[in-house]
Design a protein around this ligand. Sequence first.
Ligand SMILES: [Zn+2]
Length: 78
Amino acid sequence: MKTMTCQQLGGACDLRLSGDTADDVIKAQDQHLRAVVAEGDTAHAPALKEMTGRWKHPIAGMGWYKNTKKEFAALPED
Ligand SMILES: [Zn+2]
């Protein structure tokens, strides 16, 4: 289990997101962004837009994804 913050994933707060794989924390971040923006948060809106864009354009989003996976791999286990 490893932990990344919302900020490390391009978001706007220091919420900690845990998971066994980079995909888990990316999915958790995706859900967090959707939830707070749905509640009217504007600070996370640009991050949600970027995240949504990555799903729509997987090739263009691959650089971010690879980078996040690398960062996740370098983290110590919780
Ligand atoms: Zn956040």
